[in-house]
Design a protein around this ligand. Structure first.
Ligand SMILES: [Zn+2]
Length: 133
């Protein structure tokens, strides 16, 4: 009575379920690990709508980059901790007054020079929000 031949297909089903579960777990693990592996924040400096520089901030010691656009010159200080426009000869000085940015998605814009400094990748500025369940 216990050895029904119909039990065999059931075992195969169980194997299939296990395989699907393993796949799901693997992909979930991949998805979950992805943010940690692409944790590097990249500063993207654009001028006049064109990308000029793309700098990985990981372990970057403070570096100043000069960006010239529309007759204006901006000095952008980049380091692992923050990015800021330290000096600019633009009339509004908004880019300088913006101060330091340090999180992905943040940006500094200089309207007169049409320069943008944008941070991409890594964790969002409000990092802890990522920890959900
Ligand atoms: Zn400016």
């Amino acid at each position: 009575m216990r050895s029904y031949p119909e039990l065999r297909p059931v075992r195969w089903d169980a194997l299939a379920v296990l395989a699907v579960l393993a796949l799901a777990a693997a992909s979930a693990l991949l998805l979950w690990r992805a943010p940690a592996e692409t944790g590097a924040v990249t500063a993207v400096i654009s001028a006049d709508g064109e990308e000029r520089e793309r700098i990985d901030l990981t372990a970057l010691s403070p570096t100043t980059i000069t960006v010239e656009s529309r007759g204006y010159t901006l000095h952008v200080l980049l380091s692992e901790e923050e990015v800021r426009v330290t000096e600019s000869d633009c009339p509004t000085q908004d880019c300088v007054h913006t101060g330091a940015i340090h999180g992905s998605g943040q940006s500094i814009v200089c309207l007169p020079a049409r320069v943008t400094v944008r941070l991409e990748g890594g964790a969002p500025a409000d990092g802890p929000d990522l920890v959900i369940g």
